[in-house]
Design a protein around this ligand. Structure first.
Ligand code: URA
Length: 192
């Protein structure tokens, strides 16, 4: 008997909950494996949980999440349609940047999530998730671009955008995010 997508994702969440492959579990309150529709066509990947996410065990529920919700509204995509997760599944202390070693041991969970969900479109939020697919690229150069790739035998359309937290700190970044979401909205409309 084969497991449903939802059961497979639950298993990944269980593994994340038990994970001791780096030290972040020691300082985190809860694991934040990701959440959303197992049949999502669109998958968002952020950086790592912040304080609110760590408290609730859910991705993008703080201020960045509120901005993400607004941006989703502008393209008329309900949050319940998409899946949202992060490069790191436990909060780094003081929201410091993810370390190379943490990314290395944590991204197999992301890879498993992508292979289970098989989204058509991946929107990367910020440079760390952009670099997961395009290690040599700069977000300032490729944000807002629509890039069709084959990743692990999976055809994916990747659209990198700035991280919502950058938009909260900097007006120009916010304008850039809004513009890139207009691009995403147009792409979705054209795709049908
Ligand atoms: N920032 C992220 O990158 N991820 C979250 O889940 C919340 C804030």
């Amino acid at each position: 008997m084969s497991l449903s997508k939802s059961q497979q994702l639950e298993y990944i969440s269980h593994l994340v909950g038990e994970c001791k492959k780096c030290n972040l579990y020691k300082t985190a309150t809860n694991p934040v494996p990701g959440a959303g529709n197992p049949d999502a066509e669109i998958l968002f990947i952020g950086e790592a949980p912040g304080a609110h996410e760590d408290q609730q065990g859910l991705p993008f529920v703080g201020n960045s999440g509120k901005l993400l919700d607004k941006l989703l509204n502008t393209i008329r995509v309900p949050r319940s349609d998409v899946f949202i997760c992060n490069i790191l599944k436990h909060r780094p202390p003081e929201n410091r940047d993810p370390q190379e070693s943490e990314i290395k041991v944590c991204t197999p969970y992301l890879k498993a999530q992508l292979k289970i969900i098989k989204p058509k479109i991946v929107i990367t939020l910020g440079r760390f998730s952009m670099n997961y697919f395009f290690p040599q690229e700069k977000i300032s150069r490729i944000h807002g671009q629509i890039r069709n790739i084959t990743w692990q035998d999976l055809p994916l359309t990747i659209i990198p955008v700035y991280h919502p937290s950058a938009g909260l700190r900097n007006g120009a970044m916010l304008e850039s995010l809004k513009k890139d979401f207009i691009t995403i909205g147009k792409y979705l409309t054209a795709k049908g």
